[in-house]
Design a protein around this ligand. Structure first.
Ligand code: SAJ
Length: 421
């Protein structure tokens, strides 16, 4: 069995390695020569727990190699990006061109599986016509369907194997063949359905989270207006056996939860009203956080703000769609001097709102009038507030995650502010 995986990113790479580790012959295809060259040397260019070692081993075993050109295979897995355009519509260019590539080598008996998160109808309206233009008929001559990845960055290798999966086929036999293929390494259940349901499954999972986070963020704003601590409120509510309110924060980032709900809105704009409102609520949080910061700094001449954390979530180096980048840009736009500290994102030549990212909180906080905790990285749990107090100009601390040691901050003389209170 030979599998061709198209797109060697956060999903394509570990998925290729899983198939290879299960003994299949795997060819990874990517347009970027640097990724292909690295993989053929047994190396990767992204950061993901355990992945470098795993890839090194499967490449050495001879089961995995990479190329820039598609090759004939028995199964094709498409794991390319499906980004969003500025107008919030989906950009399906990469799925389209990957499908066109598959069509050039497609033969009777093959199986084609879309893994990329995609709007409902992608398999039957975008991919199927391209593949059938070869003269082969979907269902009769080749299998086709959707089996979205559902793994969380930072724990991909574990979740790829252990999470449940959905296998949506354009017909029963396609679904069966997708199940059989993934069973080579998946230990979770694989649920069979049709392709459209599988497409909406993936979108609904991330939208569930987005809507629930929006609810928490709306509660945070309500609590600020009503002089209630939202964190205490949520903790107590969640003691109820059927309540599980999510955590508020300065916004929702990443390339999934902040993006996928728009794929539903794009398809059904007049029906997806709660979904659209939730997205807008979450998108309003960086500006809301910035206006709280501006209020704290009222009357301070040429204020300097230090932000701790700039990635989209804790303990990763991934900054995609991070709400903290938006927050930093808004603060800069308000005329503030912004310094950024992030131990995970530092040292990679990246800058945010014109500021270089440094790894030492004390260095970033020097001379500042407000320190904002933006991301709950482990390192920030044990901030040295005594040392921080000596380096700042004004002792203001604004925690957007209810994460820092408030007592230690206050003991060191900081005025401690909390989002959602
Ligand atoms: N966040 C909150 N409050 C919360 C939970 C999260 O503000 O209560 C924010 C985080 O700070 C972060 C964002 O949401 O900015 C998203 O982080 P996340 O860790 O919840 O999710 P992702 O985007 O890393 O991964 C999600 C996962 N989906 C679900 O949990 C339903 C993952 O399983 C998916 O595979 C992934 O999206 C994907 O690729 O679609």
């Amino acid at each position: 069995m030979k599998v061709c995986v198209i797109g060697l990113g956060y999903i394509g790479l570990p998925t290729s390695a899983m198939f290879a580790n299960a003994g299949l012959e795997v060819v990874g295809v990517d347009k970027k020569q640097a990724i292909v060259d690295a993989l053929n040397r047994g190396e990767i260019l992204i950061e993901e727990k355990g992945l470098a070692e795993f890839i090194k081993n499967v490449v050495a075993s001879g089961h995995l190699r990479a190329t820039t050109q598609i090759e004939p295979a028995d199964a094709f897995i498409i794991a390319v990006p499906t980004p969003i355009m500025p107008d919030k519509s989906s950009d399906m260019r990469f799925v389209k061109s990957a499908t066109e590539d598959v069509a050039t080598v497609l033969k009777k008996g093959d199986l084609v599986v879309l893994e990329s998160t995609s709007p409902v109808g992608t398999v039957d309206s975008l991919m199927l016509p391209i593949l059938e233009a070869t003269g082969l008929k979907a269902g009769r001559d080749f299998g086709l369907g959707h089996s979205p990845e559902r793994v969380i960055p930072g724990n991909i290798l574990y979740e790829l194997v252990n999470n449940h999966r959905v296998a949506g086929g354009i017909d029963e036999e396609s679904a069966d063949r997708i199940v059989a293929l993934y069973k080579s390494f998946v230990k979770g259940e694989i649920y069979k359905t049709n392709a459209r349901t599988a497409e909406l499954c993936k979108l609904s999972e991330n939208t569930f989270r987005d809507v629930n986070i929006a609810f928490a963020n709306e509660l945070a704003k309500i609590c600020e207006a009503e002089d209630i601590n939202v964190w205490e409120l949520i903790e107590i509510c969640n003691k109820h056996p059927r309540v599980n309110i999510h955590q508020p924060g300065p916004g929702v980032g990443g390339h999934c939860i902040a993006v996928d709900p728009w794929f539903i809105v794009e398809k059904e704009p007049s029906l997806a009203t709660l979904i659209r409102d939730s997205r807008n609520t979450n998108d309003s949080m960086p500006a809301h956080t910035a206006s709280r910061a501006a209020k704290i700094l009222e009357g301070v001449a040429s204020p300097k703000v230090c932000i701790l954390g700039v990635t989209y979530k804790p303990d990763v180096d991934d900054m995609r769609e991070s709400p903290i980048i938006t927050l930093a840009e808004i603060l800069k736009g308000k005329g503030m001097d912004v310094a950024i500290c992030d131990p995970h994102a530092a040292g990679k030549g990246r800058s945010v709102a014109g500021a270089a990212i440094v790894s030492d909180p004390l260095e970033a906080a020097a001379g500042s009038d407000l320190v904002i905790l933006g991301v709950n990285h482990k390192q920030f749990k044990t901030l040295d507030f005594e040392a921080l107090a000596k380096t700042v100009r004004t002792k203001n601390f604004f925690d957007t995650r209810n994460f820092a040691d408030a007592q230690a901050a206050q003991a060191a003389g900081f005025a401690y502010y909390l989002l959602g209170r």
